[in-house]
Design a protein around this ligand. Structure first.
Ligand code: MEV
Length: 428
């Protein structure tokens, strides 16, 4: 994708849009794009192999967000969502971020955690020591449980022990799932190491399952937006930036607001996850748990104004895969990965994170801009009223008439002054 800035895409009809998508796919072109996009990528027969008690297929709109540049590369962003404005707003926000150099995303490590719970531990210190002494053996057993993953360069990487109560431990084994989301792989590791860990700790083995609090799978996305990208009038743009910062501070101080703020982020993230066949419930659970990890529920993205623009920063766990799972059977999900030129699970996680930050920016700008524009127009109406000759005691009333008429021309302002004076005369 050379250029994700496809001007006027929203004005095209369905077949014109598909022609552009076909062109964007280039050599990766899909023969029967129309039937793929009309069917939604899944039929009832295939659905039978995914879940139980199937009676049919349930559809949702599938769109593409424009204007995204992430780490210097343009991307079309596939989105599946039922809420109006999410795709348009993300595209709009991405256009603003583009003017500041695009999104900068990173994901340092991408590990999924397998948890082994140990109950009725007789001697916590001895149990810890025994597990620490035999860590290599535990990791060897863990690796044996996922040989294919180890061959691909992934697999169990490290072990940590957490104490929950004086007789209650949990062992975490962090697993590099490569390009898979890794839930099944983590479960296999937990299952396989459970008996050995219980023996070492002289404890009863409890639950053995992944944790969805994927805090070793964090995506970080940053964006800079020049003031004039927020509004063509740079002064209004600077006011918008300050208002967005104030909205961020509100979310940083109030969990009620932070929840809605984060919902706006998930609008973008989930839309990408749905389009690519990923487990959005897992990411939702992880995101909100991460947001509350300090003991207080906090926003996943924050905004600050500096001299040269508005700066946004998102940090959240995004645990996704680009192989296995739904992708095996869902044509539209595979198509989404091709459309966005996704090369790895990390790549997809960073794309979803950028879509989340874009969604958040769009929401905060819309919420803040309304007040700014109202304030700005009220000021403008007052100066216009004075300009056309309103006396100090007439200014407020004439400005109100101008604002009510929503016509800020000199002619309308003169008419408002005449109307106000006539009304005053009538009432005396
Ligand atoms: C609506 O889906 C999302 C918003 O409420 C997010 C926000 O308030 O920041 C607009």
């Amino acid at each position: 994708m050379k250029n994700s800035r496809i001007i006027g895409f929203h004005k095209l009809d369905l077949s014109e849009r598909r022609a552009i998508i076909r062109e964007a796919l280039g050599s990766a072109e899909i023969e029967d794009l129309d039937s793929l996009l009309d069917s939604g990528g899944l039929d009832s027969k295939r659905a039978l192999s995914i879940v139980e008690n199937v009676i049919g297929i349930y559809s949702l709109p599938f769109g593409v967000a424009m204007n995204f540049t992430i780490n210097g590369k343009d991307r079309l962003v596939p989105m599946v969502v039922e809420e109006p404005s999410v795709i348009a707003a993300s595209s709009n926000a991405a256009k603003m971020v583009r003017q500041g150099g695009g999104f900068h995303a990173q994901m340092e490590e991408s590990l999924i955690v397998a948890q082994v719970e140990l109950r009725s531990v007789r001697d916590i210190a001895a149990a810890r020591q025994a597990i620490a002494d035999d860590t290599e053996e535990v990791l060897r057993v863990a690796r044996e449980a996922v040989p294919g993953l180890v061959r691909r360069g992934g697999g169990p990487k490290r072990l940590t022990i957490r104490e929950l109560a004086p007789d209650h431990l949990v062992v975490h084994i962090a697993v590099d799932a490569c390009d898979a989301m890794g839930a099944n792989l983590a479960n296999m590791v937990a299952e396989a190491t459970g008996p050995l860990l219980a023996r070492l700790a002289q404890a009863e083995v409890g639950l053995r399952i992944l944790s969805n609090l994927s805090d070793e799978r964090l995506v970080r996305v940053k964006a800079k937006i020049p003031f004039e990208a927020l509004h063509k009038d740079a002064e209004l743009g600077a006011s918008a930036a300050r208002a967005i910062e104030a909205a961020s501070i509100f979310a940083e101080r109030d969990p009620y607001r932070a929840t809605t703020h984060n919902k706006g982020i998930m609008n973008g993230v989930d839309s990408v996850l749905l389009a690519t066949g990923n487990d959005y419930r897992a990411v939702e659970a992880g995101a909100h748990a991460f947001a509350a990890k300090s003991g207080r529920y906090l926003p996943l993205a924050t905004w600050r104004t500096r001299e040269d623009g508005l700066f946004g920063s998102l940090e959240m766990p995004i645990s996704v895969g680009v192989v296995g799972g739904t992708l095996r059977v869902h044509h539209a999900a595979r198509f989404s990965l091709r459309l966005a030129e996704i090369e790895s699970a990390r790549d997809l996680a960073m794309l979803a994170g950028a879509a989340g930050l874009a969604s958040n920016l769009a929401a905060l700008r819309a919420l803040s801009m309304e007040g700014i524009l109202r304030g700005h127009m009220a000021l403008h109406a007052r100066s216009l009223a004075s300009f056309v000759g309103a006396e100090p005691d007439e200014v407020e009333a004439v400005a109100a008439r101008i604002t009510f008429g929503n016509d800020f021309s000199e002619l309308a302002a003169r008419a408002a002054l005449v109307a106000e004076r006539e009304a005053r005369q009538r009432s005396t």
